[in-house]
Design a protein around this ligand. Structure first.
Ligand SMILES: NC(=O)c1ccc[n+]([C@@H]2O[C@H](COP(=O)([O-])OP(=O)(O)OC[C@H]3O[C@@H](n4cnc5c(N)ncnc54)[C@H](OP(=O)(O)O)[C@@H]3O)[C@@H](O)[C@H]2O)c1
Length: 203
């Protein structure tokens, strides 16, 4: 496996991956050589690339885990697929439907595995609950109430607050309750949404 980006979740993911007997972390790639080197030293990874393209070009890697801010998922995942790698891309998959369709088309054209790292879909409790619900254990599901919050305060410079990095509540946390509801209810026929925009929101 290759790790693309060296931030918070890349470190958590790599820590867990190293616990798995049948997984091997071959390399890490970053926008900056010094970040890649630091991350590689911290986790005992033998190859550190100071660019995404070099990581993507490493033929010893089967799958690349993309852990950039959302705004770079399309570019980073696309580059890896183009190079023939399978991709596990952090949530939210992309910033919009167009970008998501482009990546799916690319994966199909290249015959490569592509998956959003929506961990709730893989959680054994959620999987069992979904099976039970779909088998009718609680009758017809008519409504789902789901929420997800974070304790504040959040640093004003954090990526969560930066529209240029895909910041905001919907793409960072909102994707969890939305995807959870979709798991149980299927595709929505209609979407009505209300929200409170931050002062930095793009209108
Ligand atoms: N599944 C989960 O539970 C979970 C939890 C947290 C976050 N996430 C997702 O994971 C992604 C990263 O979150 P994070 O919390 O790890 O963020 P983070 O700590 O800010 O790290 C993101 C990393 O991406 C690179 N980066 C920063 N700015 C960039 C830019 N403008 N363009 C391209 N790359 C940039 C940097 O690595 P380099 O310096 O190496 O380039 C940075 O360390 C987000 O999409 C988030 O939604 C998922």
């Amino acid at each position: 496996m290759g790790i693309l980006a060296t931030g918070g979740i890349a470190a958590s993911f790599t820590t867990d991956l190293l616990e798995m007997a049948d997984a091997q972390v071959i390399a890490v790639g970053s926008r900056r050589p010094e970040s890649a080197k630091r991350f590689a030293e911290r986790f005992g990874i033998s190859r550190a690339y100071g660019g995404w393209a070099e990581l993507a070009a490493d033929d010893d890697i089967d799958v690349i885990y993309v852990a950039t801010p959302h705004s770079a998922h399309r570019e980073a995942a696309g580059l890896c697929l183009e190079a023939g790698r399978a991709v596990l891309c952090e949530k939210p998959f992309t910033l919009n439907v167009r970008q998501a369709e482009e990546l799916v088309d690319l994966a199909r054209a290249r015959g490569r595995f592509l998956m959003e790292a929506m961990w709730t879909y893989c959680d054994p409790v959620v999987r069992r609950m979904t099976e039970l619900v779909h088998d009718g254990a609680i009758g017809e599901v008519r409504a789902v109430h789901a929420d997800f919050g974070l304790p504040g305060p959040i640093d004003p410079d954090h990526r969560l607050r930066d529209p240029a990095l895909g910041g905001g509540a919907l793409l960072d946390l909102g994707v969890y309750p939305v995807s959870f509801a979709q798991l149980l209810l299927g595709e929505p026929d209609e979407i009505r949404a209300v929200g409170q925009l931050s002062p930095r929101a793009w209108m």
